[in-house]
Design a protein around this ligand. Structure first.
Ligand SMILES: [Cu+2]
Length: 187
């Protein structure tokens, strides 16, 4: 920084100058941020409730694999379509069907297929994320309702604090595989 090399400064003054410069920059940045936030809020207010109520993420095709009774775990899949101009972050999923649902990704590591828990899932602006067998999935621990054709709901929690309830259906493994194959045709 050019400021630090000011010739008549002793170490203390230099430090003071640097500190006040930093303070000034911080205050200025904060002012700028709050200005942008209020401008954004106003913009939203002007556009009426219809827009603020519209979900930024369209969640579809929620389905969960049927399992024999008391199976310790099952998997659920859905499609998330972010139609917003901003990235969204799914932080966690809750449901009455399970006390513990994790976002998992399958990864190939040294030729071995592994599952990894994800702390959050980013959905880029204007993009679609598809959960699918062998890829991204919701790991549902100690599931409570697993009869084929049972309906259930899951609540998606996003990092901006908004939540979204999605309705889904329990499907047989056979159906699940068929649906995934139709979607990808990778066999
Ligand atoms: Cu998993």
């Amino acid at each position: 920084m050019a400021l630090i090399n000011f010739p008549t400064c002793n170490a203390k003054t230099k430090k003071a100058i640097v500190t006040s410069a930093a303070l000034f920059i911080m205050t200025f940045t904060q002012a700028l941020v709050s200005f942008q936030v209020s401008a954004h809020a106003q913009h939203h207010d002007n556009q009426q409730a219809t827009l603020s109520k519209a979900p930024s993420i369209i969640a579809t095709k929620l389905r969960m694999n049927a399992m024999p009774p008391s199976a310790p775990v099952t998997a659920a899949y859905l499609t998330l379509n972010n139609q917003h101009h901003k990235e969204a972050e799914l932080t966690h999923v809750t449901s009455k069907v399970s006390d513990n649902i994790e976002i998992h990704q399958h990864l190939h590591e040294n030729g071995v297929m592994k599952m990894r828990k994800m702390d959050k899932l980013s959905i880029a602006a204007n993009s679609v994320v598809q959960f699918q067998p062998g890829g991204l999935h919701l790991m549902v621990f100690n599931p409570k309702s697993l009869k084929v054709d049972d309906n259930f709901t899951m609540t998606l929690h996003f990092s901006d604090g908004h939540t979204q309830v999605v309705e889904g259906k329990v499907v047989s493994l056979l159906e699940q595989n068929k649906a995934s194959h139709d979607m990808h045709r990778h066999h």
